[in-house]
Design a protein around this ligand. Sequence first.
Ligand code: CTP
Ligand SMILES: C[C@](O)(CO)[C@H](O)COP(=O)(O)O
Length: 229
Amino acid sequence: MVGAVIVSGGKGSRMGADIPKQYLELSGIPVLARTLIAFCEMEFIDNIVLVLPKDEWETFRSLPYSFGKEIHLAEGGPRRQDSVRSGLKVLEGLQGDGIALIHDGARPLVTEGIISEGVELCKVHGASACGMKPKDTIKVRGENGFSRETLNRDSLFSIQTPQVFELKKILKAHEELKASGEDVTDDTAAYEKYIGRVYLYEGSYENIKITTPEDMAVAEAIIKRRKVK
Ligand SMILES: Nc1ccn([C@@H]2O[C@H](COP(=O)(O)OP(=O)(O)OP(=O)(O)O)[C@@H](O)[C@H]2O)c(=O)n1
Ligand SMILES: C[C@](O)(CO)[C@H](O)COP(=O)(O)O
């Protein structure tokens, strides 16, 4: 079985909006609804778990959308990794084992191709995550503000979601991570620490994370361009 955990338990503090960023509308449809629709349209996805702060469950249930698949709710935690763990546990209750896709609720422009390629590559390599080569030169900045080093861009990859794993393995990695008290910024880091390597494939420069206000304008422009194409 294949399940998706969509994490939307964050505060959206960098967006600085009056409402949680997942309810901001892009061409009339909330960010989170766009993300869920993308996953609900995929026939091979058996289960969808949405991680949300408990006090947003009613707001979510009152959204005027029928997603065509049951959306199971899990409670968000203080850090992204806590929200992911919470979602994976609910997914384990639903399907026991199989494959788990983990995706940011704040990445509404993910495509069918990116999702299905991630699953296929996970089946071949054990784990996969998409990303893109950075377009800029990447430097290490020293504490005093001066440049310290220029990294070799050929081997750098800016990581996105979905990230795809065997459910039991990524849950084990997250349980170990919790016990260790360490922080990570994505699930590949948890997997690499306790399980093994992750195959990295090309996502899209359009698969952006809605993080700061200008991301909304960029996302609107991408949606308009897709309509014209
Ligand atoms: N405790 C958290 C923190 C983040 N996320 C989710 O992880 C994704 C990526 O996080 P980010 O874009 O950083 O969202 P926020 O944490 O909400 O943003 P900010 O850091 O600006 O507050 C988002 O879909 C967010 O809702 C989550 O489920 N639980
Ligand atoms: C998971 C992620 O989107 C991969 O790029 C990213 O690490 C999330 O980071 P954030 O600081 O929680 O936005």
